[in-house]
Design a protein around this ligand. Structure first.
Ligand SMILES: *Cc1c(COP(=O)(O)O)cnc(C)c1O
Length: 360
């Protein structure tokens, strides 16, 4: 089976070794005589799976003991509502940094539950940079501050995590969790949909400081209260068992490759390869300001002529899939998450050179 290089923003590539391991174990997981998909979520074998998944993630990210790891459903989009339902219950005020389409959705949803202040925005330049934020801008009374660390559509990323003082910092890390080392203790809550850099769709990971659990209002639905998932070890109801198992395999793969520090080095190397080529070329251009560039999400355009559709179809014919930019931005976008091997980025750059030669 020939596998393509898939540059999709999500669901995205999974490591081949992980898929092979899942294939080996698909019909019979260990001694059970059944697939993980068929195992009771209360069985001892499955308890091992979910416990190990959590421990591996804790070790990879150095998650402090006063944080809970929750495996839930509903995607990152559900967190846009769940975060305010659980945290916007003190002063009812929240400060949000608007860095793109996903931030806007977080803002829209939070407005249903309290008073939202957009303290900085890059909308004036089509979200091509990360606006300056510092401590003096935050309302000390706010229940939390919300940022989107990596903007999956626009290709920007916070290179530095803002210091919010005593106000808890909440981060949508869907498209850059596990891509670089971060200090979890700087955050009150981190959430990420799994389908970008963790595993298959259907799972959402929430990392939450314990003192932020139990603040939801009386009317908060049980399933949307972090306390429910925290008190039950993410087993209040049936969790997405197979997605958690796959995430565990990905965490093992990351651990075997040297953990996040090692991945960060490779990710930077991959991003530099692509950016160095784009910056050196008179044919392609990056819409993103240099100091705000993501190492996971790399959009690029061909300014001279409308060649996007040709580029995308020729790339596809060369085994380079899903390079079309998001409809709100246009152009091309290469998502190069952990599972994209450096060979894939070399293949993309080689193709881009060839395409440039043929069309300029
Ligand atoms: C993909 C993505 C989302 C939406 O995730 P779903 O799991 O599809 O709800 C939200 N935020 C960011 C930053 C994303 O990349």
């Amino acid at each position: 089976m020939k596998r393509v290089y898939n540059f999709s923003a999500g669901p995205s590539m999974l490591p081949t070794a992980v898929l092979e391991k899942a294939q080996q174990e698909l019909l019979g997981y260990q001694s059970s005589g059944m697939s993980v998909m068929e195992l009771s979520h209360r069985s001892s074998l499955y308890t091992e799976v979910i416990t190990q998944a959590e421990q591996l993630l804790r070790d990879l990210m150095n998650i402090p003991d006063n944080y809970k790891v929750l495996f839930i459903q509903g995607g990152a989009s559900q967190q846009f509502a769940m975060v305010p339902m659980n945290l916007l219950t003190g002063s009812g005020k929240v400060d949000i940094v608007n860095t793109g389409s996903w931030s806007k959705k977080a803002i829209k949803e939070a407005k249903k539950y309290g008073q939202v202040r957009v303290i900085a925005s890059s909308e004036d330049k089509n979200f091509t940079y990360i606006p300056h934020v510092d401590r003096s801008m935050f309302d000390p009374e706010a229940d939390y501050v919300h940022i989107t660390t990596n903007n999956t559509i626009e290709g920007t990323a916070f290179r530095e995590i803002p210091d919010t003082g005593k106000v808890p910092l909440v981060a949508d890390m869907s498209s850059n969790i596990l891509s670089e080392e971060i200090d979890v203790s700087k955050f009150g809550l981190i959430y990420a949909g799994a389908q970008k850099n963790i595993g298959p769709a259907g799972l959402t990971v929430v990392i939450i400081r314990e003192d932020l659990i139990g603040k939801a209002s009386e009317t908060c639905p049980t399933m949307l209260d972090y306390k429910t998932h925290s008190n039950s070890g993410s087993l209040y109801n049936t969790p997405p068992t197979f997605a958690i198992y796959m995430a565990k395999l990905v965490f093992e793969w990351l651990t075997n490759r040297g953990g996040i520090a090692a991945m960060e080095k490779i990710n930077e190397e991959k991003a530099n390869l692509l950016y160095d080529y784009i910056d050196g070329s008179a044919f392609y251009e990056s819409p993103v300001q240099k100091d705000s560039r993501s190492i996971m999400t790399i959009p690029f355009v061909i300014p001279a002529r409308d060649l996007d559709a040709t580029f995308i179809s020729h790339a596809q014919a060369n085994g380079l899939e899903t390079l079309k930019g998001h409809r709100s931005v246009g152009g091309m976008r290469a998502s190069i998450y952990n599972a994209m091997p450096i060979e894939g980025v070399h293949a993309l750059v080689d193709f881009m050179k060839e395409f440039e030669d043929q069309n300029s």
